[in-house]
Design a protein around this ligand. Structure first.
Ligand code: GLC
Length: 804
């Protein structure tokens, strides 16, 4: 008995197999063992794929958009190992059993298979065990709860609808099996490219290994080396980047489950205008539909949707509609009849359509892993796009059904390759978002659509923004949302957000005030709340919170050129809009501490330190460098923790010294009304810095034909020079006036300013609130700086140079 157990155990050790032969290919090597083939291929200098396969491959066709590239590398065949050397990365492959070690060019181990465990198989499940390095940290993995540093925790990837989830719940709606490991001043990334249910263990319940497992399919992963930001660039190069979303979708979006009838929708829109609170979008939740049937309108509540959309447009609003995938199984309902005719629905193995129950009742579900279905969905979407709707919010696409037990034997087309729920479930939401994106882009004839999704998988960023589902109105959720959005940013999804105010439950007014401040510094900025819960409009919590909300929403609009530029960066390099401090301050242990892990950079230069709603004293950590308090311009040395007092309307925000922040000081109403003045704010410092000012029509793809207005701005403090380079591109900028605003500059030095008058001013990004709570009045006057200098000149396309 004992012997059998022992031999079984021996068999289970080293199931990576023993090396038999190898072959050098154009892109890497292929190794044969008794049971497997390993294909090791370079995708670029920093990205290498390790694909263990048996003779029938089982891969994910949806996430990776690149193919292997020829780069220069050498292979050395030693007795016990194969060594692949390239310019930036070396891989040592032990032969018996097969074990991988990845090293940088200094010979330092980035990551290695755990020697005693390596790769193991249990039934269809395969697991790779990686040796836990000293003090190894793990970040990323997309929409996951938990801390920034995930060491000591384990997670599963299995897209799941989870109403009012617990702050430690796992899994949630979207799965991105990509993480970054950090240790000993080194970093590496791993993307497990397999859409079956997968499991990640970052040293949870053990001190020996980190591991990742797939329930079935090939063990197929990509290894990246480089700094954290280089790894994000490589990962988003591999899985694709988002194209620039419409400018209006970056503005404030107002949602509610649900606004109806149409008169209420119009009233809400009008209230924004009457109260002079900028906003771009009104979102329609499920009650716009006739009995929740997608592609239909409730005839009593919304008798003339086209007129309503027109009226909203006249008021400067775009409309986003919710789209659920379930098609009610009811005759004489066009999507049902035509879906059956075109045979677009998911089926059981016996060919019968799968039926599950959701909002409209019993439904069939389109198989978005089939080209014909995506094209059919595009045609169905015409009923929206024809009346001017350009925003599509894809919900319930995990797939969520009553009972929450999607049968595992449903068959998916998978572009003709075939798959069951086990492989298709994690992919479904992403392919629904893809159908919406591709369909709307075609229908809208050159106008950018806005697509939002709840479920997703690696690569979803190519099609859609993502929000973190049904959160709860409390402080823990507000801060968790920040971490999840930061984690999504680390995992290739730059356009994400949370329901500002909290979806489920009723929050207090202070909570809403804080949440809207933080939300103004989130890539996707939308207020939303559940049916029968407290409203989530900026005016729903009394006058004081209304004023705070108005101030921060306005601030969002003033910062649009800065934010839009961050979106340009995301679309060109994958750099997220909200940047966890682990990107730029990777080796600073403090930033991972529970007190500071929620802090992030919004764009290049604004540090946000989210505070819970009733905290009047905020503990903040400023990383190395020099910083400015955003509102007061107080100069602060980095590398220090501090406790500071914050009134309710004062979100802790800091600007890096030497920053350049472009601002539309006169922005009002919506993202189209940004005025004609571009303010460029310069913060004195010692480093040279640069940024770009980028403008295009914000709605079309013409920018890819050169119709943009783009210019480099350089700030060289030691040379006492500001240079605004000549503009490039064929777009006629709306800007007529340039205002330079100088923060932290020495008045004596500025006496040498050579370009007309420069005046000392008091400046405030927001209106300090003074009408409320006399006890806090002192703080409230603190939202302004007494000490900035500014000058105005005409804006031209030629190079402009300023010296002092
Ligand atoms: C889901 C969504 C939520 C929406 C509701 C009704 O719970 O996550 O945002 O309001 O469905 O459509």
């Amino acid at each position: 008995m004992l012997d059998i157990a022992k031999s079984e155990r021996n068999k289970r050790i080293s199931e990576g197999g023993v090396f038999k032969s190898y072959l050098t290919t154009e892109y890497g090597v292929e190794i044969e063992t008794e049971s497997f083939q390993y294909k090791i291929s370079f995708y670029n200098e920093h990205t290498i794929r390790v694909h263990q396969t048996s003779h029938s491959q089982d891969c994910n066709p949806y996430s990776v958009v690149q193919s292997p590239k020829k780069i220069s590398f050498q292979v050395e065949d030693n007795d016990n190992s194969l060594v692949i050397t390239s310019e930036s990365l070396d891989v040592v492959i032990d032969k018996s059993p097969i074990l991988f070690t990845f090293l940088n060019k200094d010979g330092k181990i980035l990551n290695q298979d755990e020697p005693g465990l390596g790769i193991q198989t249990q039934g269809e499940q395969k697991t790779i065990y990686k040796k836990l390095q000293s003090n190894e940290r793990f970040v990323g993995l997309g929409e996951k709860t938990g801390p920034l540093d995930r060491s000591g925790n384990g997670y599963q990837n299995w897209n799941t609808d989870h109403f009012a989830y617990d702050i430690e719940a796992d899994p949630l709606y979207a799965s991105i099996p990509f993480y970054i490991g950090i240790h000993n001043g080194l970093s590496y990334g791993v993307f497990l490219d397999n859409s079956y249910k997968s499991h990640f263990n970052f040293g949870a319940s053990n001190n020996r290994f980190s591991s990742f497992s797939v329930d079935s399919g090939d063990m197929d992963y990509y290894f990246f080396n480089g700094s954290v930001s280089e790894i994000i660039q490589s990962y988003t190069w591999l899985t694709g980047r988002m194209s620039l979303p419409p400018m209006w979708s970056i503005g404030y979006q107002q949602c509610r489950y649900s606004y109806y009838p149409d008169t209420e929708v119009l009233d809400v829109a009008k209230k924004f205008r009457d109260k002079d609170i900028p906003a771009d979008v009104i979102v329609l939740d499920i009650h716009y539909m006739d009995e929740y049937k997608i592609f239909s309108w409730d005839k009593e509540r919304f008798p003339n949707p086209d007129q309503m959309v027109d009226l909203l447009k006249e008021m400067g609003f775009e409309v986003v509609v919710i789209c659920d995938p379930g098609i009610k199984t009811e005759g004489k309902y066009l999507p049902y009849d035509s879906g059956k005719k075109e045979d677009v629905f998911l089926k059981y193995p016996d060919g019968k359509y799968y039926e599950g129950e959701v909002w409209p009742g019993w439904c069939h579900f389109p198989d978005f892993t089939k080209e014909e279905t995506r094209s059919w969905w595009k045609d169905m979407m015409k009923s929206y796009t024809d009346i001017g709707i350009k925003g599509f919010w894809n919900d319930m696409n995990e797939i969520a059904t009553w009972g929450q037990m999607l049968p595992e034997n449903i068959e998916f087309d998978f572009e003709g390759e075939g798959a069951t729920t086990r492989k298709g479930r994690n992919i479904y939401g992403m392919q629904m978002a893809r159908s919406a994106y591709e369909g709307a882009s075609k229908n809208l004839d050159g106008k950018r659509p806005f697509i939002l999704t709840r479920a997703g998988f690696a690569g979803v960023q190519r099609y859609s923004a993502l929000w973190t589902g049904d959160n709860v109105a409390n402080d823990e959720h507000m801060l968790l949302g920040v971490r999840m959005v930061n984690s999504l940013g680390l995992s290739g999804v730059p356009f994400s957000g949370y329901d500002v105010g909290g979806f489920a439950g009723n929050g207090q007014s202070n909570l809403f005030a804080r949440w809207i401040q933080i939300g103004a510094f989130s890539p996707f900025f939308r207020g939303h709340s559940m049916i029968n819960s407290h409203d989530s409009e900026p005016w729903s919590y009394g006058e004081e919170v209304e004023e705070i909300s108005k101030n921060y929403i306005r601030l969002r609009y003033k910062l649009l050129p800065y934010i839009y530029h961050a979106f340009v960066q995301a679309s060109e390099s994958g750099t997220p809009v909200t940047r966890s401090l682990c990107i730029d301050y990777t080796t600073d242990d403090k930033i991972y501490a529970a007190d500071f892990e929620n802090q992030y950079l919004f764009g290049d230069n604004i540090l946000v330190a989210p505070l819970a709603s009733d905290q009047r004293y905020g503990k903040v950590y400023l990383p190395e460098g020099e910083w400015y308090e955003f509102f007061t311009d107080e100069q602060l040395a980095g590398g220090q923790e501090m406790i500071r007092e914050y009134a309710l309307e004062h979100l802790p925000l800091f600007i890096k010294a030497s920053s350049i922040i472009p601002v539309y000081g006169d922005a009002t109403q919506n993202s189209k009304n940004v005025g004609e003045c571009l303010e460029l704010h310069f913060y004195a410092g010692t480093d040279h810095s640069s940024t770009e000012y980028y403008e295009d029509d914000g709605v079309s793809y013409e920018s890819s034909n050169g119709v943009f207005h783009r210019r480099l701005i350089e700030f060289a403090p030691s040379q006492k020079e500001i240079k605004i380079k000549e503009a490039s591109g064929n777009y006629n900028s709306k800007i007529k006036k340039l205002k330079l605003v100088l923060h932290g500059f020495d008045q004596n030095e500025l006496n040498n300013w050579k370009h007309g008058s420069i005046e000392r001013k008091c400046y405030s990004y927001v209106q300090p609130i003074s009408n409320f709570d006399p006890f806090e009045k002192d703080h409230r006057d603190n939202l302004k700086s007494e000490n900035v200098f500014s000058t105005e000149i005409a804006y031209t396309n030629e190079e402009m140079v300023f010296n002092w």
